[in-house]
Write a protein that binds this ligand. Sequence first.
Ligand SMILES: Nc1ncnc2c1ncn2[C@@H]1O[C@H](COP(=O)(O)OP(=O)(O)OP(=O)(O)O)[C@@H](O)[C@H]1O
Ligand SMILES: [Mg+2]
Length: 484
Amino acid sequence: MKTTSRNFKDIQWGADEAKGDKLLETYFVRIPEYDALLNGDYRYVIGRKGTGKTAIIQRIIAEAESNYNFFYKYLSLKDFPIQDLREFAARGMNHKARYVPIWTFLIAIELCKLIIEDNSICEQEEVLELKKFISTNFPQQIGFAETIEVLTNNGKEVKVALSWLQGGCSSETSINTMVPIHYQKITDILLNYIKQVNTDSIYFLLFDELDEGYKKGDKNLNLLLLALLRAVENTALQFSDSHIQYRPVLALRTDIFNSLEDNDLNKLDDYIIHLKWTQEYGSPYSLRDLVNARINASIHTANPMDPWGCVVYDSDPALPRRVETLWKYVYNQTFERPRDIIKYMKYCSKELKTPGVLTYATVQKAEANYSQWFYREFRDEAQSFLPIYNDVLQAITNVGKGRFTFEEICEKFNENTNIQTYMTDNKVNQKEILEYLFHVGVIGTYDDRNKKWLFYYKDDDLPFDVAKEMIVHYGFAKKLRIHY
Ligand SMILES: Nc1ncnc2c1ncn2[C@@H]1O[C@H](COP(=O)(O)OP(=O)(O)OP(=O)(O)O)[C@@H](O)[C@H]1O
Ligand SMILES: [Mg+2]
């Protein structure tokens, strides 16, 4: 039951991970591409940490659960036996294509399982064939990872009815005789059976958490991910002229996607959604709308069009001189990602001891905890790309101020032996390290002409220019003990 309130503390901000968040439906903000994603016009959701990749997948799951003809499988690569998958590198193929057959097979198996779950078509001959195939080879309700295990234990072979190999005209004996065969030889036949299934159901394969355990420079892992993308593309293409409505949706972190160097990636461009939020309200990808949706989901306010204004003292006169609103103050400490702002609100709620609206004083109290958290989120992204991130940020603290020149920060880099060793061992220089910090938003640069601070996360065409003055992102200020 929602009550009418002006108390900031009455707002339930919800979980900061979308995975398993039962309340998500009550405050989900639709991205403009959402319907096209359901229709199969998009299949890749790319975004930084905390931008809502899983939220979109969770939303599709909720949709599938309430639609009789939607079927889905959530495929997490967390705890996936990557090492075992490596054993499946196909021989005689160039290194880029080696893992495509195993991914294609895994996709075909998952799709088969969804199809045989679909009672509306269980009498169709092809479905009966697929059912027999699955019950012979992968009898338990096993997942993605176990399919690999079963295949490994069976010497990469599966059993199929002899009739499958005889191309249609089949005797009773050939239907009932099961023969072992290498999995690769059967994938096309499986896909063909799937193609012939006649249904108006929609089958979603939802790939998430591909970034778990990602390490930069792990060429093999890059190949595995590229092969997965290729297998998704190939299968989508194969089913495009059949009755099967196959909807693969793959969520991937921006930094990892960008590090997958491959000429073929450009071809995916039309199918990619880049999650990028802004502060404008009433516009697509509005973070203010996202925050408002959460407030409206837990309380009634006097103005449901702008509940923020009802529970926050937005024009608090205590705010620093050049900051117009509390919203801007908070917003400037985020990377414009939903998780950042939600997390900040939760820390504020914790600090607020009395009923009433949120004020600048409370935000100030929450700032240190938020900054610590913000730093840890950065660390999760940075550790595979810049293992000495900690020393590098310490060097920024050592500069002693939030704005500095290239020469000033280089001096501090040069005083740190870990950074020195890292630069020598990896053949990188100070500029490249700073460029990385610039690309992930830890630092921005000053535009003399327009008298503005510029950040790459707000404009990805922005070049990095060492001649410009640099500034540390406000979200790190408290953690790095920086004053501007
Ligand atoms: N469209 C949305 N509507 C409402 N809330 C959202 C939306 N997108 C993201 N959020 C919220 O933002 C937070 C982060 O989202 P999510 O967990 O989906 O991020 P992610 O991109 O999957 O991050 P990670 O890379 O760490 O897995 C969650 O609390 C989620 O509920
Ligand atoms: Mg996620």
